[in-house]
Design a protein around this ligand. Sequence first.
Ligand code: TRP
Ligand code: ZN
Length: 878
Amino acid sequence: MRTDTQTITRLEDYRPTDYLIDTVELDIQLDPAATRIRSVLQIRPNPLGVKAVPLVLDGDELMFRGLWIDDEPASADVYEATPQGLTIAHPPGRPFRLTIDTEVNPSANTKLMGLYRSNGVYCTQCEADGFRRISYLLDRPDVLSVYTTRIEASRDEAPVLLGNGNLRERGEAEAAGRHFAVWHDPHPKPAYLFAVVGGNLARTGKTFRTMSGRAVEIAIYVEPGKEERSHYALDALERSMRWDERVFGREYDLDVFNVVAVSDFNMGAMENKGLNIFNDKYVLASPETATDADYANIEAVIAHEYFHNWTGNRITCRDWFQLCLKEGLTVFRDQEFSSDERSRAVHRIGEVRTLRARQFTEDAGPLAHPVRPTRYREINNFYTATVYEKGAEIVRMLKVLLGEAEFARGMDLYFERCDGTAATVEDFLGCFAEVSGRDLRHFQRWYEQAGTPTVSVQTAYDPVARTYRMEFRQETPPTPGQPEKSPLVVPVLLGLVGEDGQLLEASSNKVREDGLFVLETKAESITFEGIDSRPVPSLLRGFSAPVRLELDLPDSDLLALLRHDRDPFNRWQSAQTVALRLLTSLAEAPANGSSAELADAIGTFLDRSGLEDPAFAAMILALPGETEIAQEIGRDVDPDAVHAARQRVKAELGRSLAPRLRDLRAAMRGSGAYSPDAASAGRRALGNAALDLIAAGDPGEGERLAAAQLEQATNMTDRLAALATLSLIPGQTREAALTRFGDSYAAEPLVLDKWFALQAAIPEEGTPGRVRALMTHPAFAYSNPNRVRSLIGSFAMANPTQFHREDGTGYALLAETVLALNGTNPQIAARLLTSFGTWRTVTAARRAQARSALEHIAAAPALSPDVLDIVQRSLAPA
Ligand code: TRP
Ligand code: ZN
């Protein structure tokens, strides 16, 4: 393997820049192949920096075209310009103006970082370090500048010209057929929040009145003809703005807020100041093309990017190690928003399911890292579930520990004190320490220590002494670079549940009024006094900490919690735990257990409360996923055995619950026009969960029902659910349905993505061949991240039996794709490669295959820093 030539960036090496850039004035002459950029920087020595040192500006694949210092042409011996940087050895020791001309080719930019074209629309992506692909700059988050941007383009090609901030001026340009717009953003910002857009786009908008009465023009821009599909996003934006005013007291701070949807985008969306740019799948929605899940995602991503305006933009990050400061906090905020807009309990279950599937998996593998990492080779590889999802969990724990009121005061202080700064995790925690008078240094360990802690609980009831005792222990496994772990501050919300489901009036001096027990040491116990009969403990209510919980309770206790715990999260969790125990033991030996008791309990649940909250009932019907079962088994996992165990339990549940499931399906049948609201979506979710189980129990009936639903469905949610059910039943009906679906939506890329994803997830021998065939489908393109993610990403992430095939063909398919994308879009290549993260947990034969696929990648020529970083960490000795 090659020796490591990449530079490592370390948190402890942080120091401020030696120069500051107060203003950036850009003049961008948009052209498909030769865009010229003039950048005028007002620079001065940083009082905190070193005097009289060279000025080194970042660049990446830039064509240098000229340089002026204080408007005088600079002679060639004054500077050194390469595509990767611009150095001025002896800059003036006082404020000066630096003018730089560069040229870039947006049409050739396949990395989708910097300035590129998507479907003929010019757009930019600058986070984390894409600005340097537009012009030379101190491209780091602690350099804040006021930007003024003049954009000029052909009026035919780009009638719409958008930038950050407020529109200052627009008009005809000198050159024939060209026009211009000047945008000015008064809020100092780092370069990663810069954006421009130019193209032929259709606008839908309205006026938003802020809480202080200011008018803000809010708008969504989409491909002409798709305006109808932007209304939901506009509505979600308005609701987000209102919610941030009401819940966090945050008011919007410009005259306009624009959202632009583009079809080629590396991630979900980007919070550029006043000009959010979105992957179109998180904007466009119509009942015909989008599922309920799509609507929910659009709402969440619109909210997320809007909320960044305060958590990320007004208060930004000092350095990229602090990424969780904006991402974890903003995910927390968007989760709270969605919970308020929808059902809090159902939303929480969804959050925990993704946390376990994505973040716990990451934490258990070679790519595990702390929420605030201390070193990186490629920052783009740290936009992870750990930074985002676990980062949000830390904020949630802080809220539980401090309580609502103190948490709110801490947030207020943070907004007040850190506004306009590039802040750190310490600055954030400092505000909460100050308002609460607490020492949060121990709590801060959550940011520093990787790995998922296990909390195990032993319980004992003493009928004579009438006491109930719980012994807690915590343990965090080693992760790369962190062999030894210390105890964390774990907030455990708990209650003792009596026969009827009421909480017992039990007290212990270690448990707060609201049921909070804080485990801060390796082991600690609590004793409750005056307990008349053996209670059932409900632990980690609402999933109060991102830990794995090991309980010594018998299934019967857990099923009692399913019946009547008042905490809906734990009702769901209890059933999941029972199912998970059964599934892991069946995966180890097929004779090891029966689903009868679980089926019985779920049946009783459906009879009593199946109709109360359909979305919740749908969650109860869903068994833990194969990823979660594999995670529970931990090592030498045989994905085929896991799949077989899960299939079998699904089939048994389907058979024993069949009459009830049929009734439920009938009861959930919608009438009237489609509405994406949470209650209607919940009914569809339950109806479709029932269909899925019926089909598992009786594929013949399932095939008939699904085919009929496919015919009659009036919306994409029901249509896709039917197709998903059919996709698991081999035969002519399935193949014909797939073909027809593909033909009907040939002109709808976002719908074809679902069709690609569904086929790539079929757990059958033939799937790798099917995926290869689909790679030649006219709609598939390596250049489009959504297509690659739906087809290849889904194969690697949602099809464990085929990805982890013992013959290695699944791994080979992935390796091939990673290498094909390595040169053109390294970010996407590296992200796909992370699907090898579980390779050490599978059986020896599979491990050997995975290792050779990884080594094949590692040995390839010209690996991008992104792919090199992931492949090396994946192969590093455990
Ligand atoms: N900051 C964005 C968000 O979480 C995500 C983001 C980071 C991104 N880097 C990106 C988006 C690169 C697109 C491309 O909201
Ligand atoms: Zn974000």
